[in-house]
Design a protein around this ligand. Structure first.
Ligand code: SF4
Length: 449
């Protein structure tokens, strides 16, 4: 039986794409290898959002090939995803040992191409062309085997993005927005529920733009809210999440859905990127700080337990100390439960890469540290407020931090570690919070039963 190892960099979309490729290969008789040393085929699913991620993937492939050529001369190597899309043939020119370069609209072709290469029908393949209906091809799942219950799953609802934020390479690597149909997505959710999945995360680069061109607004409800309502009807599902929405697409119909749809958990990932209106405008984000704060207020009014997380960029070209101070003050004002803080990285073909007034690396580093410190301080305070409370968690399985424990997530998306057992997997449990760790809550064993 041939085997495949897939290394994934980047976002949840990439994780989902890798899962679909793995499922496709398993259906063709491949085993999933535990490491690149044991695999006949090594695929690296790449991310282009920051230069660092691209360099990591290139270094990883060099190391894999260097070792693999000694240990397994017939090993096959492939790049997939965003960097494969943006660099195409040049990856083969740079690394002639690579056999396959597979773009973001071609994941469903992975097994065919690998078979052609293994059978010697083609020496190497670069496939980065656009493909109609590619958004509907990320469908297959790898759910746990060995009698383990599946609990959560990601469902890709769309591909691409039309927003063209000036720092972002995604519209170039993933193309324009294309949405799957509601019945197709619901059918996938039903299949997952029948296999035991309790929580679905609807996934897209900009889910609030879902179906904008294809599905008309009905009774004041956007296409995305209509989709959430349809998924809410799926029997057996307990929870629905989604990521990532865009603050400007977050209408009142979506805010109101949190009050109406009990399976839609009170958690919102709202990428704000900056607290300065001047920088938001230069980023082409399409909202102001005031509008963002107002949105968070509406969400917390809809549900006071709403967990709010965000993405922030420091060092965007032209960011002054005053702009940065506004990001700090926004973070204090909103009190994010969690924030992913990124250093600005210029990307090829994006408008911001040509903007003047680049912020020096040392300043970016210093702002990054300052903002991280503040985010951690705020989050610790918010986590601390859970101590002594009883929260509902969905038990996902063995804890990633401590294999002797189990873990689940609160509705507001906080990880809770507790001394559970296998029979708790997939259950909704009330757990009393005893103490906190870094972005983790710890539950009391006495209350678990
Ligand atoms: S909304 Fe902006 S940051 Fe998000 S994927 Fe689209 S272009 Fe990139």
């Amino acid at each position: 039986m041939p085997s495949v190892y897939i290394k994934t960099y980047g976002c949840q979309m990439n994780e989902r794409d890798s899962e679909a490729v793995a499922a496709q290969l398993v259906a063709r008789g491949y085993a999933l290898a535990a490491s690149e040393h044991l695999a006949d085929v090594v695929l690296i699913n790449t991310c282009s959002v920051r230069d660092l991620a691209e360099q990591k993937a290139l270094r990883k492939m060099s190391a894999v090939i260097g070792q693999g050529r000694k240990e397994r001369p017939d090993q096959i190597y492939g790049f997939m995803g965003c960097m494969a899309q943006s660099r195409g043939q040049s990856l083969l020119d740079q690394m002639p040992d690579v056999d396959l370069v597979l773009g973001t609209q071609k994941f469903h072709r992975a097994a065919d191409h690998i078979e052609d290469i293994r059978a010697g029908r083609r020496r190497s393949i670069v496939d980065v062309a656009e493909e109609e209906d590619s958004e509907a091809r990320i469908r297959e799942h790898i759910l746990p085997g060995n009698g383990e219950k599946a609990v959560t799953a990601f469902v890709s609802i769309m591909q691409g993005c039309n927003q063209h934020c000036t720092f972002c390479i995604v519209p170039f690597t993933r193309g324009a927005e294309r949405s799957r149909t509601i019945p197709d997505i619901v059918a996938e959710c039903r299949e997952l529920s029948a296999r035991g999945v309790k929580e679905i995360t609807l996934l897209g680069q900009i889910v609030t733009s879902y179906g904008k061109r294809e599905v008309p607004v009905r009774d004041g409800k956007s296409a995305f809210v209509q989709l959430v309502e349809a998924v809410h009807e799926v029997e057996g599902l307990e929870r629905i999440r989604f990521t990532s929405p865009h603050p400007k697409g977050y209408g009142d119909d979506l805010v109101e859905a949190y009050q109406r749809l009990p399976k839609l958990v009170e958690s919102a990932h709202l990428p704000v990127q900056s607290g300065s209106d001047r920088i938001l405008k230069a980023m082409h984000r399409g909202y102001t700080r005031e509008r963002f704060v107002e949105l968070v207020g509406k969400l917390r009014a809809a549900n006071s337990g709403m967990g709010v997380s965000t993405d922030l960029i420091v060092g965007f070209p032209g960011e002054t100390e005053d702009d940065f101070e506004q990001t700090l003050s926004l973070s204090r004002e909103v009190e994010f439960d969690l924030a992913f803080v990124f250093k600005y990285s210029p990307r090829k073909d994006t408008p911001a890469a040509g903007y003047p007034d680049a912020v020096p690396e040392t300043v970016i580093e210093e702002r990054h540290q300052r903002l991280l410190g503040l985010i951690n301080e705020i989050a610790a305070g918010k986590y601390q407020r859970h101590v002594g409370r009883t929260v509902e968690i969905l038990v996902e399985g063995v804890s990633r931090k401590n294999p002797a424990r189990y873990e689940g997530r609160t509705r507001c998306n906080k990880i809770v570690v507790f001394p559970g057992s296998e029979r708790h997997r997939g259950q909704l449990l009330d757990v009393r919070i005893e103490r906190i760790g870094t972005f983790t809550l710890y539950g009391d064993p006495a209350i678990v039963e």
